[in-house]
Design a protein. Structure first.
Length: 150
């Protein structure tokens, strides 16, 4: 089983959108029993909080299901337990390294690297634009799923 952990700063906007979108497309592809997906934060800012209402509204608009959840912080054990740790931006990279140490197994990837871009996923916490965040995340997740299906 391939295990994927999406990571952002607070685990309420971008990483949860990626988690639920990826679960949606994996299920549609009939691969739900082959790919396991979660999300986490590099900070403790939102620990215990549910998904941001803006992310929920975007997922509702698209007919993508989600579940009530509690934000959690990534742990050192996550590095051992997941095959892919997918970060949304450069700040996540620095903060993640403080938690897990060096990425000796090359498991950490920037989300948009799967579509050949190295820029950050746009953060709706600052922009308020969940549409553009969805655009980044859906393109990234679609490319990742295509890679995993090979």
């Amino acid at each position: 089983m391939t295990k994927i952990l999406f990571i952002c700063h607070g685990n309420i906007c971008r990483s949860t959108m990626a988690e639920f979108y990826m679960k949606h497309i994996v299920k549609e592809a009939g691969l739900g029993n082959q790919i396991y997906i979660e999300s986490a934060a590099t900070s403790r800012d939102e620990i215990g909080n549910d998904t941001h209402h803006g992310t929920k509204a975007k997922l509702d608009e698209l007919g993508i299901s989600y579940a009530k959840r509690a934000a959690r912080q990534v742990t050192k054990d996550d590095y051992d337990n997941f095959d892919y740790l997918i970060i949304m931006d450069e700040n996540n990279a620095r903060n993640l390294q403080r938690i897990i140490g060096d990425d000796v197994d090359h498991k950490v990837h920037k989300a948009l690297s799967f579509i050949g871009e190295m820029r950050d996923v746009r953060d709706p916490w600052y922009t308020g634009d969940f549409d553009e965040t969805y655009e980044d995340i859906s393109r990234s997740c679609n490319a990742l799923l295509k890679k995993l299906k090979k």
